[in-house]
Design a protein around this ligand. Structure first.
Ligand SMILES: NC(=O)c1ccc[n+]([C@@H]2O[C@H](COP(=O)([O-])OP(=O)(O)OC[C@H]3O[C@@H](n4cnc5c(N)ncnc54)[C@H](OP(=O)(O)O)[C@@H]3O)[C@@H](O)[C@H]2O)c1
Length: 241
């Protein structure tokens, strides 16, 4: 049976490219975006490239949308092999210090980057359990590394965006919790740092092309049975928590 992958925030950036690269491996794609027009446009683009892609409306910040999407996928498919929790937001104001960031920024960031990931995973876990060996990939960031933030010599020491950074630290903690829960199953759950990638979020001065920014997610989404679970990596290299 063909493998099926769901990628959130797949209408642009790293998510769209992750879906493309999974599709190029013969995997059936559920191209999720918060807006129907965006999800359909991205799925149509991937179909025009010869890939097997269907749009799916999924706003990871809405319980109703998540519930509706999970019911729709369950009605159409008997299982889900790959879930890539890719959707993410960055709202911190770079001109403010950590203590000056508005509380609303923290709330809106956590709603998508953490609660969205947890809620989507919970909703799709029953279908993931029906696959023979599902893979869950959580898009974290090197900016979620507490070890590197504590090191004045690290390249991210001055990247203080507290809401975004700590939301990714929390994603890493969630990855470990879920990997622990699923440790006696064939399901693997891992966090990845995609790199500093040229997207709307990463900015045009970012050093990494989108095609390379998707590679860490694709690698973890297609892990062999002897691959890790509960890891935090970038292009196969382990990052410090
Ligand atoms: N780019 C980098 O350098 C970098 C570095 C480290 C980690 N990351 C992580 O990689 C992931 C992808 O980032 P990117 O650079 O590709 O960012 P991007 O180009 O800004 O794309 C973000 C995606 O998330 C979607 N999204 C936002 N809120 C959503 C919601 N409520 N429901 C569903 N989808 C939603 C966006 O949809 P809309 O188009 O509708 O807004 C878009 O598809 C993120 O988790 C990010 O934190 C990126």
């Amino acid at each position: 049976m063909t493998d099926i992958a769901l990628v959130t925030g797949a209408n642009k950036g790293i998510g769209l490219e992750t879906a493309r690269q999974l599709g190029q491996r013969g995997i059936q794609l559920l191209v999720a975006a918060r807006d129907q027009a965006k999800s359909e446009a991205a799925a149509a683009q991937l179909r025009s490239e010869g890939l097997d892609a269907q749009g799916l409306v999924l706003d990871v910040g809405s319980d109703a949308s998540i519930e509706h999407a999970a019911a729709e996928v369950a009605a159409r498919h008997a299982k889900l092999d790959i879930l890539v929790n890719n959707a993410g937001v960055l709202f911190d104001d770079p001109d403010l210090t950590p203590s000056q960031q508005e509380l609303d920024v923290w709330r809106r960031t956590y709603a998508i980057n953490l609660f969205g990931v947890v809620a989507v995973t919970r909703a799709f876990l029953p279908l993931l359990r029906k696959a023979s060996a599902a893979r869950i990939v959580n898009l974290s960031s090197i900016l979620g590394s507490l070890t590197l933030h504590a090191d004045p010599g690290s390249p991210i020491y001055d990247s203080t965006m507290p809401a975004y950074n700590s939301s990714k630290s929390a994603v890493n903690a969630w990855t470990l919790s879920l990997a622990h829960e699923l440790r006696d199953t064939p399901i693997k759950v891992n966090s990845v740092h995609p790199g500093h990638v040229k997207t709307d979020m990463g900015g045009q001065r970012a050093p990494m092309a989108i095609v390379d920014g998707a590679r860490s997610s694709v690698a973890m989404a297609t892990l062999a049975a002897d691959g890790p679970s509960g890891s935090f990596t970038h292009l196969g290299k382990t990052l410090p928590w």
